[in-house]
Design a protein around this ligand. Structure first.
Ligand code: UGA
Length: 436
């Protein structure tokens, strides 16, 4: 078992650190935020992720998981160091590598052991691992040998722990066998197939995978838009397509587009990466455009239905970019709320866990309700933005009971048309016929 340090305790870093300690490694997670570190030492996760707190507590108690603000302490005995800091988006869409560079500097200043393997988990443009190597090399005070390895992350928020233990593959990009086999050893206990390749290809696999999944989503959303016009049902179409094993059933759920910290950022970054080598990535640009339009689909539908939304009360159900997370990054709800406010609507929003983050992002131009019922009370329109179980399992009578007029725009196709037809609800969803 290895002595491992993880730099950055955001989503990827914390989940990686906790899971590596759970399979037996001795892991120290380092973060500059003192308050956050104090909390984590007590086993309190700064992010909402099912199962994470329990796993943190378990491994803190068995002495394999530590948190610190000191790079010196974290790197002193480390055999493997993971860089898992954020790579936010710059204005031109490219990835901002400031935090990665800072991590490289901290590593250079503090490593003491020969043969350390520095693993980049953060999603970084092709070529970044070599930059990391140069940054470290140029600042190393002693003659210490180290290697860099690309090991991209494929976990989904909301099911991150499950994905870490049940992923489809672990990709290891290295330029020498020693480094590759150390990281292979580290990951073996997960029992997941390992694919070893060169560094550039590993970096590209990450972007290409996310871009491909985003393409599937934009593709099915366009099919949904056409289904609405020709009278087809996108759920049946996606099911029928997915039966072909070459296509597969996953990521064909039509809705109001993809959000989150990954797809929007990574698709734009890949367009940039291609642009840097004089390649115009037309297909991916179209995927991004389709997604931008899809995010406002519900507002467009409501405008068409009502003419004007001025003075209407709209209940916004679900705010997070997807269920089981409190993450609001690039959530469709942000754009939807803005558009509704611009149209003069009064918005009452509800989300089971993302309310505090939503307040920070959307601000006080909208009202935040304490329950679905409070949001729906006296509303003219309900818009379903995130398919939380609490929303999917809602008795449809609730719309009838609480709303002024039960007109529902469902951006996530939460209810079966047969079920809706049994209630006195006007219902518009994505890629399916409306029930009037
Ligand atoms: C995504 C990838 O799925 C992970 O493999 C990857 O590791 C991660 O990005 C990352 O790069 O860190 P995540 O953003 O957590 O994971 O969420 P997904 O479950 O992939 O959903 C992304 C968005 O697509 C959500 O807004 C979701 O509502 C939407 N989506 C997903 C659809 O609209 N339809 C689908 O069929 C699937």
């Amino acid at each position: 078992m290895k002595n491992i340090a993880v730099v950055g305790t955001g989503y990827v870093g914390l989940v990686t650190g906790v899971c590596l300690s759970d399979i037996g490694h001795d892991v120290t997670c380092v973060d500059i935020d003192e308050q956050k570190v104090e909390k984590m030492k007590k086993g309190i996760s700064p992010i909402y992720e099912p199962g994470l707190d329990e796993l943190m507590k378990k491994n803190i108690e068995n002495g394999r998981l530590h948190f610190t603000t000191s790079h010196k302490e974290a790197f002193k005995d480390a055999e493997v160091i993971y860089i898992a800091v954020g790579t936010p988006q710059k204005e031109d869409g490219s990835a901002d590598l400031r935090f990665v560079e800072q991590a490289a500097k901290d590593i250079a200043e503090n490593i003491e052991r020969d043969g350390v393997v520095v693993v980049t988990k953060s999603t970084v443009p092709v070529g970044t691992n070599y930059k990391v190597r140069n940054w470290i090399k140029s600042l190393l005070k002693k003659d210490i040998h180290f290697d860099v390895v690309s090991n991209p992350e494929f976990l989904r928020e909301g099911s991150a722990i499950y994905d870490t233990f049940h992923g489809d593959r672990i990709v290891i990009g290295a330029d020498n066998e020693r480094a590759a086999s150390i990281i292979e050893e580290v990951n073996k206990p997960f029992g997941i197939p390992i694919f070893k390749t060169d560094i550039h290809s590993a970096e590209m696999i990450k972007y290409a995978s996310n871009a491909f999944l985003a393409t599937k989503i934009s593709f099915i959303n366009e099919i949904a838009n056409i289904c609405e016009k020709v009278g087809a049902n996108v759920e049946d179409v996606a099911y029928g397509m997915g039966l072909d094993t070459r296509i597969g059933p996953q990521f064909l759920r039509a809705g109001i587009g993809y959000g989150g910290s990954c797809f929007p950022k990574d698709t734009k970054a890949l367009v940039q990466i291609a642009g840097n080598v004089d390649h115009k990535f037309d297909l991916l640009e179209a995927v991004i455009n389709v997604n931008n339009k899809q995010q406002v689909k519900l507002v467009e539908k409501a405008r068409n239905r009502f003419g004007s939304l001025q003075g209407k009360k709209v209940a916004l159900l679900g705010l997070a970019f997807k269920p089981n997370t409190d993450d609001m990054r690039e959530a469709a709800s942000i754009v939807i709320a803005k558009e509704l406010v611009k149209d003069g609507a009064f918005v009452a929003a509800y989300d089971p866990v993302a309310m505090e983050n939503a307040k920070r992002v959307i601000g006080n131009e909208i009202m935040y309700a304490n329950s679905i019922e409070e949001a729906l009370h006296d509303a003219d329109i309900a818009m379903i933005v995130t398919e939380w179980n609490e929303i999917k399992n809602l008795s449809l009578d609730t719309f009838v009971r609480y709303m002024k007029t039960p007109v529902v725009f469902d951006g996530r196709n939460c209810y079966s048309l047969e079920e809706v037809a049994k209630h006195n609800i006007e219902y518009h969803s994505i890629g399916r016929e409306s029930i009037l």
